[in-house]
Design a protein around this ligand. Structure first.
Ligand code: NAD
Length: 516
């Protein structure tokens, strides 16, 4: 059933709205040095609604010139003026004000995000409300990052450390969870005292260009937060290459991540890379199967599998393999597709057309490799949305871990089921991947849970649950899944340098030719 378009209009904000063109589409602008501004190129591109296919907004196409202005503004704001003059406690207070504004405006942010990436409103409304916590948590942490006095073994000197903000940070985001992934970077960077240039995905720029109005309303000084929209090869690349950018905080695919790491290394820039995964979700024969089935569904079919932590390899112990396959098939047999705003909808569309094409190509690859399709494997047609990018939950069995479908990230609702015999076999298969982002373990044995949590190589391990995260807990990947951590106290350290200060307490410098 089609939902009334009026109910979907994203623009009934509590603060002034974005202007519309005569064609009814919203026209967005960059946000640089405290003002909304047109792109230097004079060019915009379209953003579309994945449910209706309608182009609903014009997004500014950023260029090197826009990046230059934004980075200069961020560098100026970092180097002098009101921002560095604020105490850490005052920065924290500003951030908490931003958190309050996010909480108040969460429904509106959720509607804009849904319109751009098609995620379920039921999930988005929780995510957007929760997002305020990033600013409360890191705002609270801002004045609690302490240096240390070092008890050195050298006489006549006093040595202490001072954590300092790293400088201008460029944050580059993907399309699957634009605002929460921005906040995982922006909140600790601001708490540390950095200034920031944000680049949203070219597929989902609108929510960030709306969000930044809240940053302005909270009272952050100009230049502290800037947004330049545009393409990866243009805006993203210019940010990574810019000499005044000290750190790149990137979330996205492994290919772009590798290119960014290589380029950043040339300029000796710090990087945080949150990349993809091929996470194993492991069901043992002693698991509570009702819960494990829900965990498998949450792992791969929630958000149509468009999550970095997707449990895309389901490792199932041999004795329960057939039962798990049948129960999963039954669970997804009558899932409800529909508009993401409809509370009854369980499966929303794929966010972008290129992503839908990628899913189709991997399904063909899996079949050519000899994996056996037992569910889905094709787009879903949904009444009322002929142009919607819907795809059916898809299950392959008889998957060998060496197949591309088990080694490469699909980022869609495609599950590969792989059999295992015992714990050693499960560990061998789970770790036989270039990734290491997350893993799930389903067992009722405490011994097995602890042993497996130790042996599986992944940045996050969930036992008898899947996809839990918190602003207070570090998140990141082993191996090709990334570099660095976001979230928790570890998250703020990524935006700081440690300075070691030595003060002489001696009255004389002895022989200056000898190092003491
Ligand atoms: P992507 O790599 O195509 O793009 C991500 C961002 O990088 C976009 O803003 C894009 O414009 C920019 N970009 C692309 N090429 C660039 C370049 N050469 N230089 C600078 N910037 C460049 O990823 P995507 O398709 O938007 O997102 C999906 C990917 O993100 C998946 O692989 C997924 O696993 C990953 N992801 C990871 C996490 C995590 O926390 N580990 C979370 C969400 C998504």
């Amino acid at each position: 059933m089609a939902v009334s378009p009026l109910a979907l209009d994203p623009m009934s904000p509590l603060i002034p709205s974005t202007p519309r063109d005569p064609d009814g589409r919203y026209r967005y602008r960059h946000y640089i040095d405290g003002v909304s501004c047109d792109p230097e190129s004079g060019a915009w591109f379209e953003t579309s609604d994945p449910v209706t296919g309608e182009n609903w907004a014009h997004v500014p196409r950023g260029s090197v010139a826009d990046v230059e202005r934004a980075v200069k503004a961020a560098h100026t704001a970092f180097s002098g003026g009101p921002w560095p003059a604020l105490s850490a406690s005052e920065r924290g207070a500003l951030m908490r004000r931003l958190g309050d504004l996010i909480a108040e405006n969460a429904p509106w942010l959720a509607r804009v995000e849904m319109r751009d990436n098609g995620k379920l409103m039921a999930e988005l409304s929780m995510q957007m409300r929760y997002m305020a916590n990033y600013y409360y948590y890191y705002g609270g942490l801002a004045d609690k990052i302490e240096g240390t006095v070092i008890p050195t073994d050298k006489p006549g000197v006093f040595n202490y450390t001072r954590p300092e903000p790293i400088g201008v940070v460029a944050c580059i985001m993907p399309w699957n969870s634009p605002l929460p992934l921005t906040s995982l970077k922006l909140a600790p960077a601001l708490a540390a005292g950095c200034t920031v240039v944000l680049k949203p995905s070219e597929f989902t720029s609108a929510s960030l260009l709306e969000f930044v109005k809240l940053v302005e309303a909270a009272g952050f000084p100009k230049g502290v937060v800037n947004v330049v929209a545009g393409y990866g090869a243009e805006v993203g690349d210019a940010l990574v290459s810019h000499p005044l950018v000290e750190r790149i905080a990137f979330t996205g695919g492994p290919e772009a991540g590798r290119m960014i790491a290589e380029k950043a290394a040339r300029h000796m820039k710090r990087v945080t890379l949150e990349l993809g995964g091929k996470s194993p979700n492991i069901i043992f024969d002693d698991a509570d199967l009702d819960q494990a089935i829900k965990g498998a569904v949450a792992g791969i079919f929630a958000a149509s599998g468009q999550t970095c932590v997707a449990g895309s390899r389901l490792l199932v112990q041999e004795s329960i393999h057939d039962e798990v396959v049948e129960r999963l098939k039954a669970f997804i047999a009558d899932v409800r597709f529909g508009h993401p705003a409809d509370p009854a909808t369980q499966i929303a569309p794929i966010s972008t057309r290129p992503q839908l094409d990628k899913i189709k190509s991997y399904v063909a690859i899996a079949q050519a490799e000899g994996a056996r399709l037992v569910a889905g494997g094709e787009p879903a047609s949904v009444e009322g949305y002929p142009n919607g990018l819907f795809y059916k939950p898809t299950i392959f069995v008889d998957v060998q871990n060496s197949m591309r479908i088990a080694q490469e990230e699909v980022f869609g609702p495609v599950l590969s089921i792989i059999r295992f015999t015992d714990e050693d076999d499960a560990v061998r298969i789970a770790n036989d991947t270039r990734f290491g982002l997350a893993a799930g373990i389903w067992t009722q044995s405490m011994r097995r849970a602890l042993t497996m949590a130790n042996r599986v190589r992944a940045g996050t391990v969930w036992v008898n649950n899947y996809r839990s995260t918190s602003t207070t807990s570090p998140f990141g990947g082993f191996r090709m899944s990334g570099v660095g951590r976001e979230g928790g106290i570890a998250g703020i350290r990524e935006y700081m340098e440690t300075k070691s200060v030595w003060i002489s307490t001696a009255t004389d410098i002895p022989n200056p030719f000898i190092r003491r």
